[in-house]
Design a binder for this molecule. Structure first.
Ligand SMILES: Cc1ncc(C[n+]2csc(CCOP(=O)(O)OP(=O)(O)O)c2C)c(N)n1
Ligand code: SF4
Ligand SMILES: [Mg+2]
Length: 357
């Protein structure tokens, strides 16, 4: 741990974005978390994302609850608005702030204890209402701040540092967010910045409830053999279902959509059916993969769930119905429920106010 203050001066030739801000302008105080804590890597990804999005820090309001994860807003976006709420109550404070001022970008940062245990009701209702926000859970499977008790996201059969076995069923926040109708849902890993940064950028520009569950190992209490949230376990079992880059809107992609997809031309516009076939295929598979892997509590990283037009949803549903049968049919049915929820969300004017980005 360090309590050193960051020097205010920085190298005059640090790269600047078009607002004239350097990376340093998006940083916060020096972290006091344990060296190697996954949460610090998430802070790094958030700093990088906002620098690259070229958003002024004063346009952001960051809110959190209680926990090591909830301390992290102090360590990024030092020039943004911030509020550290009571344990598990961040979502309702964020909802209230959002009602009072719709022009800010709301970034909620929470932990698995903060959101899946004491704050589960708050989490559920904020997503159900489609509050315009980015909601990040830094998920380490334990209550890090209070010395490593199992949280509600700890997998059944996983072992604590002292060898106790968790016999309870875990809560899968990704699956829950899909069921609750969040219009952007993703899972990532704090150790994969190349994946996490574009996800955060896409979530920030998404209008509506954007949720990212980031597996973030706790080196002090949950990084041993027998844990399913340790660096070793996550690296071994992490399966990226697609390789992501940031796609700012439906109309303009400057990215490689997926492994095996043909390269999309930077700056070129692609609309609807003009998307390369491989990218469209990847979009369809994405829903299927999210649901299937989430159900068996695997790590499906890099998964995004995006809003689509009603016609596109109807077309995709009809195609799915024709193609899939038997066991796969069950998964598609679940996926269709998810898309239904997205349609409902999209038609709610309350949740679609411009973020003013
Ligand atoms: C009302 C209330 N109950 C319990 C606590 C004790 N407490 C502080 S942080 C925490 C758990 C934090 O876990 P998590 O959200 O997963 O954050 P992490 O430290 O793992 O990042 C608990 C139970 C509290 N501060 N307030
Ligand atoms: S106790 Fe765990 S979660 Fe908290 S700072 Fe240390 S490594 Fe991170
Ligand atoms: Mg935790």
């Amino acid at each position: 741990m360090t309590y050193l203050a960051k020097p205010r001066l920085h190298h005059p030739e640090l790269p600047k974005n078009k607002l004239g801000y350097t990376h340093r302008d998006y940083e916060g105080a020096v972290s006091t978390l344990c060296a190697g804590c996954g949460h610090d890597s998430i802070s790094g990804a958030i700093i990088q994302a906002f620098f690259e999005l070229e958003l002024p820090p004063h346009r952001v309001a960051k809110l959190s609850g209680i926990g090591c994860s909830s301390k992290t807003p102090t360590y990024f976006l030092g020039n943004s608005h911030g509020f550290n709420s009571v344990h598990g109550r961040m979502p309702s404070v964020l909802t209230g702030a959002n009602l009072a001022n719709r022009d800010l970008i709301y970034l909620g940062v929470s932990g698995d204890g903060d959101s899946a245990s004491i704050g589960l009701g708050q989490f559920a209702h904020a997503l159900r209402r489609g509050v315009n926000m980015v909601y990040i859970v830094e998920n380490n499977g334990v209550y890090g701040l209070t010395k490593g008790q199992f949280s509600a996201t700890a997998d059944r059969g996983s072992k604590s540092k002292r060898g106790a076995v968790n016999n309870d069923q875990p809560i899968d926040l990704v699956l829950l967010a899909l069921q609750l109708g969040a219009s952007f849902v993703a899972r990532s890993f704090s150790g994969d910045k190349a994946q996490l940064v574009p996800l955060v950028k896409a979530a920030v520009l998404h209008r509506g409830a954007a949720f990212i569950d980031v597996i973030s190992p706790c080196v002090a209490f949950n990084n041993h053999a027998g844990s399913t949230k340790s660096y070793d376990f996550v690296r071994e079992h992490n399966q990226a279902v697609n390789r992501l880059d940031f796609m700012p809107t439906h109309s303009r992609f400057g990215a490689q959509a997926a492994q095996g997809a043909r390269r999309l031309q930077p700056g070129r516009s692609y609309r609807g059916n003009k998307l390369p076939a491989a990218a469209r295929r990847c979009g369809r598979d994405r829903h299927r993969t999210v649901v299937r892997t989430a159900r068996c509590h695997g790590f499906a990283c890099g998964t995004q769930h995006r809003r689509h037009s009603a016609q596109r949803i109807a077309r995709s549903r009809a195609r799915s119905r024709r193609r899939r049968a038997g066991e796969v049919q069950r998964v598609v049915a679940l996926s269709a429920q998810v898309l239904d929820a997205v349609t409902c969300n999209s038609s709610s004017p309350r949740t679609r106010g411009p973020r003013g980005v």
